[in-house]
Design a protein around this ligand. Structure first.
Ligand code: PDD
Length: 281
C-alpha cells in the first residue's frame, strides 16, 4: 500500500512518525474516515468541514497541505486502485522533541498529517446489511466532547470487544438512561413510521452519514424526530439501525439478546440504505 505522511507518498513500511508525536503519547489528534464507492469519495465536503471544526475546537493548526486534501485523497485512491473502501486521515498536534502535557508552541511544532486507504471489496453489498446486526448496551463513560472526532478510541474498542464476548456485533452506549450513539456510529429507532435519533450536542459525534440520511428521509416525506431515546424504546421499536461512513445504513435486529421488531431488517432501514447508496454515489 502507498500511504501519505507529511507531504510524501511512501510504501507503508517506509512511513515514519516520531515516538514523541502527541497522538502516540496523548491521543492528541483528530481523524476522518471517508468511504469510496466506484472509486469515488462519498460525502467528502462534509468530512472536510467536520475535520476543520475538530481542529478548531482543539486549537490544532491546519496542516500545510490542508487545501490539497481532496487531491491527496484522490491520488491515494488511484495509486492503491481502490474501487470500494475507505480513506483514513489523521491530523495530530505534531511531535515536539519531548513529552510534556502543555501544548507545544504551534510556531515551532508542525501538525502531523497521515492518510492511508483500506480496500473493502463488497462494502456496499455487505451481507450484514441483509441479515441485520445485534447490539448490546453499555455505559457511556467517554469524555464530554464527543462532537470532536479525536483518536481517543480505547473505550469504543473495549465496547466492541464486550459485544464480541456477548455474542453480538456492536454496542450502543447509554448515559442517564438514554442511548447516546454506537461505538463508531449514530443510533436510530423507527416507531410507528417515525425515525428517531438523538439530537446533536456535545454528547455525540455529528455524523456526516447521519446528516445525509436525515436529509434524504425528509425529502422522501418520512417523519424524523431528533431526541434522546431509551433502551426500552429500542426493544419496543419496530426497527433500529445505525449510520456511519464505513457501514452506510446498517439494520440492527437485536438489543441485549431481545429481538427488535420482526428480527429482520425493517422496510424503513432498507429503504434508507438504498436511497443513501443511490444518492451519494
Ligand atoms: N466512525 N459516532 C461515532 C462515535 C463514530 O466514531 C462515527 C464514525 C460516527 C458516524 O459518523 P460518520 O457518519 O461521519 O462516519 C458516529 C468512523 C467511521 C470510524 O471511527 O471508523
Amino acid at each position: 500500500r502507498t500511504v501519505y505522511v507529511n507531504g510524501d507518498y511512501l510504501p507503508e513500511d517506509e512511513a515514519k512518525i516520531s515516538i514523541f508525536d502527541r497522538a502516540f503519547l496523548m491521543a492528541d489528534g483528530v481523524y476522518e474516515v471517508t468511504s469510496v464507492l466506484g472509486g469515488k469519495l462519498i460525502d467528502f465536503d462534509g468530512h472536510l468541514k467536520r475535520l476543520e471544526r475538530s481542529l478548531n475546537e482543539l486549537e490544532i493548526k491546519k496542516p500545510a497541505a490542508f487545501d490539497d486534501l481532496i487531491e491527496i485523497h484522490r491520488k491515494l485512491v488511484e495509486l492503491n486502485g481502490i474501487d470500494e473502501g475507505l480513506v483514513y486521515l489523521q491530523v495530530t498536534r505534531g511531535a515536539p522533541g519531548d513529552r510534556d502535557f502543555a501544548f507545544p508552541d504551534p510556531e515551532t511544532t508542525e501538525p502531523t498529517l497521515v492518510l492511508f486507504t483500506q480496500a473493502k471489496p463488497g462494502l456496499a453489498d455487505s451481507p450484514a446489511a441483509k441479515t441485520g446486526i445485534k447490539v448490546i448496551s453499555i455505559d457511556d463513560i467517554r469524555w464530554g466532547r464527543r462532537d470532536i472526532k479525536t483518536v481517543q478510541l480505547l473505550y469504543p474498542s473495549m465496547g466492541k470487544m464486550m459485544a464480541k464476548k456477548a455474542g453480538a456485533d456492536d454496542a450502543w452506549m447509554v448515559e442517564d438512561g438514554f442511548v447516546t450513539e454506537g461505538t463508531s456510529n449514530n443510533a436510530y429507532i423507527v416507531k410507528d413510521g417515525v425515525i428517531i435519533t438523538r439530537n446533536l450536542g456535545t454528547d455525540i459525534l455529528h455524523g456526516i452519514t447521519r446528516a445525509a440520511v436525515l436529509r434524504f428521509a425528509r425529502e422522501a416525506q418520512m417523519k424524523v424526530e431528533e431526541r434522546p431515546f431509551t433502551i426500552d424504546e429500542v426493544k419496543a421499536a419496530d426497527e433500529a439501525f445505525f449510520t456511519s461512513a464505513s457501514a452506510f445504513v446498517m439494520p440492527v435486529v437485536a438489543m441485549d439478546g431481545e429481538t427488535i421488531g420482526d428480527g429482520v431488517p425493517g422496510p424503513v432501514s432498507l429503504r434508507l440504505r438504498e436511497i443513501y447508496l443511490e444518492e451519494s454515489r
